[in-house]
Ligand binder design. Sequence first.
Ligand code: NAP
Ligand code: MG
Length: 502
Amino acid sequence: MTEILSPPETSVLPSVRDWLARPHQLFIGGQWVDAASGQTFETRDPATGQVLTSVAHGGAEDVDRAVRAARKAFEGEWSLWTPAQRQRLLFRIGEAIYDHAEELAQLESLDNGKSAGVAQAVDITWVAELFQYYAGWATKIEGRTIPVSVPWAPGTKWHAYTLREPIGVCGAIVPWNFPLLMAAFKVPAALTTGNTVVLKPAEDTPLTALRLAEIMADAGLPDGVFNVITGYGDAGAALAAHDDVDKIAFTGSTEVGKLIVDAAKGNLKKVTLELGGKSPQVVFADADLDLAIPGTASGFLFNHGQTCTSGTRILVEDKIFDEFMQGVADAASASRLGPGLDPSTDVGPLVSQVQLDRVLGYIDQGLSDGARALTGGRRHGDTGYFVEPTVLVDVDASFSVYREEIFGPVVVATPFNAEQGPQAAANDTPYGLAASVWTTDVSKAHLTARQVKAGTVWINAHNAFDAALPFGGYKQSGWGRELGAAAIDAYTEHKSINTFLG
Ligand code: NAP
Ligand code: MG
């Protein structure tokens, strides 16, 4: 592993530098305003721990103002917009995101620690694509004409059809691991269907949500259709509990997801949840090792392991276990650690001191429980929040490193035998977000995909998403689906209309 490189100050774009130099307010009803309390908080660069800028510290009163603005927009001008108008707006926003991709990627990298190159190629490109994918949906959301019988009125004729209507004011609460991308899993689908949105980004990564609001306003967004409240968990809690919010779309921890469900009870608002995972990567002895070794390594290292679908349990057929896991450990230990703005960085810092302590705590617990580190196991350097890519073997299924979501560059590996198969081990988790299967046998691949209780299963790949593919979790990984046509369902009500013809 290489040394931490000094932050390459000179590579920061002047536009990003200027943007960071000013304080940032809340975006409510198309206006930039201070928090009602007048308070602000700082956001930091996790590669250095240095303050980047300050943002408004929004609270319950600000959430209420934003919800009122969103309600006014929902019932006002926005409700008169045609599908074609919404389509054009979302498409323009997508174009503007492409135009500002490098700047948005740098902001994301500075705020979160992730590689700026990866942020541009993956996060921001996909954000633009999601706006354009859902732009196309605006003009294609259709009800159905349904033949009905109405059995207690024999001999009568009826004309029945369904309408798809927006749900109303939607709250979106997102985490820090893919700050803008998780917002884009929600905002374009909500807007294409005619809803309005109040977004609460994570306190560790508030910046790109604010920049997105500027870009959307410049693209012609009507006032109040999209609002951003930066703040802490209490702002999210106020949004989840607000009686005039019709739906909450949440991505984050399973623990907070359960609090959202409690908070939503008051007005029984609709809830979709994208929560944690402990996703298995199942490797059969007939796998193409040249594909599977680097593939499973990046399956747990991508975004420094701070990915809800991270492949953090590698289950390997026993006869290739030692050879395979040594290969994964070698691939992991060859990763270069450094700040996200350095193009040669493979693995960046974790997002915060809190996450650093949490991840190191899990590793220490795993080692004292009896796990063995094939590589890694420690903090890297003493500046920033870097953790060595860590591969743990000799792990029992009762260990916390095996059972709990760590959210760092840490993987556990256990063997399975061909006769029993991987199914029981793969499903031995309260989570069910994703899985991958690595084999050259097509039947085995698809049979295993069916046996795994997970919302997404990749074959000979991990973390391969698409705007058109529904995404979400089985079991405690969530409720409902985002992306694809499934998200259109999640942001619309079905209305049945039945007409007596005679
Ligand atoms: P989190 O605590 O669940 O936070 C997610 C979002 O919810 C943030 O915007 C957070 O605000 C907000 N929030 C916090 N408390 C809330 C409450 N009571 N009501 C409503 N909203 C609330 O997740 P995190 O702190 O970002 O990460 C903690 C752990 O969650 C990670 O280590 C990982 O295990 C898991 N996680 C999962 C995913 C995923 O995609 N599945 C993503 C990120 C994290 P603040 O940021 O201001 O607290
Ligand atoms: Mg930050």
